[in-house]
Write a protein that binds this ligand. Structure first.
Ligand code: FAD
Length: 497
């Protein structure tokens, strides 16, 4: 196989690069070792930053976020819930940060507006009644999975080839990167340029060509609670710290986060201590959080580019032409944020096109991303009457996922496993955490998608094992529920996740 450009990494950045290049008529193949958005992109808070969070420490990143926030609200409105955001001072000591925060926002072009405490409490009745100052910003909730899928669909419609579950290594010949080698099949794919869009794994890929790139994986943990009791993104007004953001997502809320450097971005799991810390801190913003059920927690790795404390490191991005340090054929894009993925892709594609002599300009800031052919949970609830009237079969009651959406996940959105269906439809992301729907979808896989019974059972087992990994750090009724279902699956299906 031969292409103009091989992209490594199927997170939002790699998919954004594939989309941008394909729109400009470049032939692209993208290789992802797992599923789309199964790396950091699918483990984020899902906050479309206004830039305010970075306004003091990292004004460049703040301006980039502010600019991309406006663009994404235009081109990707269907994957965004425009909740607005608030920065909230909950203690008198938080007010020491108020002046630098407002100055930083002004200098970075981040819109901020003071809100009276009375108005904030009427807007968010569960907010801590003792708050001392509140400011409105342009934060929003963005669905990282649907964002990735929309980029995938657009890239495919412009003839990009996208391969999931295909880990690759750089193909290096006489000191030059000439393509990638597919690790499972041993096949070589030749390309004029390889784009390394592997986020926190970027240093690892660079090493394959003898390049030293300092990308330090920085672990962040997030906690999902079962009820949505606020409708605005809430941020603590203080220097960025642990447990100071709360994002309403569909029918849940995601609380976070933490920041610890780790050796590798692989297999990160939350600890009980992190979960407790996050809940304790978020309680200061919304006291009722303490009474909500923690249904899930997960961790991801930020691709940070500099040393110092994780909170000090810049959140801007780098596009590196390794030709400048003597290795032809390789460009790395890393760092940044989910919010700035499109800009990162644009700058990378500009560099690729300059090298290939392609003159077509970038149009991703104007062209809307395509609709994703499965609904969000909120859209499903809105359409609930219609769904029931049409007699559509619901396979996941918590998230109201229908059988036809599972079919689309397989037929249109390249799902291959139960985990892929979860990322595409939210099947299993609700209160019961897939205990009731996993076996139904496995059954569908055997019945309608040509999987053998044993294969479907193995997939169910793998999926449940992944779901249950978290049970050792859960507590209370969620732990009891998980243990109950584990026993049920063991007894009824001889399944041992
Ligand atoms: C806890 C946490 C919360 C965050 N919250 C937010 C937020 O709310 N808003 C925001 O804007 N940003 C947020 N971020 C940052 C944001 O998620 C990341 O910057 C962004 O998702 C990175 O996307 P990416 O595509 O560059 O990397 P990734 O999504 O990690 O994609 C890289 C991909 O490369 C693949 N890969 C690696 N090696 C290979 C190989 N050899 N072959 C094939 N594939 C390979 C990986 O499997 C992975 O899927 C958060 C980050 C963390 C950790």
């Amino acid at each position: 196989m031969r292409v103009d450009v091989a992209v490594i990494g199927g997170g939002v950045t790699g998919l954004g690069v594939a989309r941008d290049l394909a729109q400009r008529g470049v032939t692209v193949a993208l290789f992802e070792k797992g599923d789309l958005a199964s790396g950091t992109s699918g483990r984020s808070h899902g906050l479309l930053h206004s830039g305010a969070r970075y306004a003091v420490k990292d004004p460049v990143s703040a301006s980039e976020c502010a600019q991309e926030n406006r663009i994404l609200k235009k081109i990707a409105s269907h994957v965004i819930e425009d909740t607005g955001g608030m920065f909230v001072a909950v203690e008198e000591s938080d007010l020491e940060y108020e002046r630098v925060f407002l100055d930083g926002c002004k200098k970075s072009g981040v819109r901020v507006e003071e809100l009276s405490i009375k108005e904030s409490l009427s807007r968010e009745p569960y907010l801590n009644p003792n708050v001392v100052a509140t400011y409105l910003v342009d934060d929003a909730a963005i669905d990282p999975f649907r964002l990735a899928l929309a980029n995938f669909l657009d890239a495919k419609s412009n003839n990009a080839q996208i391969f999931t579950y295909t880990p690759v290594r750089l193909l290096v010949e006489q000191g030059e990167v000439t393509g990638v080698r597919l690790i499972k099949s041993g096949e070589n794919v030749h390309a004029d340029i390889v784009v390394n869009a592997t986020g926190a794994w970027a240093g690892e890929v660079c090493r394959q060509a003898g390049i030293k790139l300092e990308v330090k994986p920085n672990k962040g943990t997030l906690v999902v609670v079962s009820k949505r009791i606020v409708n605005t993104v809430l941020n603590r007004l203080r220097p960025p710290s642990d447990g100071d953001i709360l994002v309403p997502h569909q029918t849940t809320m995601i609380l976070g986060t933490t920041s610890t450097y780790v050796r590798t971005p692989d297999n990160l799991l939350p600890t009980r201590k992190e979960i407790k810390l996050i809940v304790m801190e978020e309680e200061k913003l919304v006291p009722l959080v303490r009474r909500l059920r923690v249904i899930r927690a997960f961790s991801g790795a930020r691709p940070l580019l500099e040393g110092g404390s994780g909170r000090e490191a810049a959140r801007t991005f780098l596009v590196i032409d390794h030709d400048e340090s003597g290795v032809k054929g390789l460009i790395t894009v890393t760092g940044g944020k989910l919010t700035t993925y499109r800009l990162m892709a644009e700058k990378t594609a500009d560099l690729v096109c300059a090298k290939l002599g392609v003159r077509a300009p970038c149009s991703t800031d104007k062209e809307e991303l395509p609709e994703v052919p499965v609904k969000s949970t909120l859209e499903r609830y809105e359409a609930l009457e219609g769904e029931l009237r049409d007699g559509k079969e619901v396979v996941c009651e918590c998230e109201m996922v229908t059988r036809s959406e599972v079919e689309k996940a397989f037929n249109v959105l390249a799902a291959r496993t139960l985990g892929d269906v979860k990322r595409r439809t939210r099947m299993g992301m609700g209160e019961c955490q897939a205990q009731m729907c996993a076996y139904r979808v496995a059954d569908l896989m055997a019945e309608s998608f040509g999987f053998g019974a044993d294969e479907a059972l193995n997939m169910l087992s793998d999926f449940l094992r992944e779901q249950w990994k978290i049970s050792r750090v859960l507590e209370g009724s969620q732990k009891a529920q998980t243990e109950f279902f584990k026993t049920m699956y063991r007894l009824a299906g001889s399944l041992d996740g």
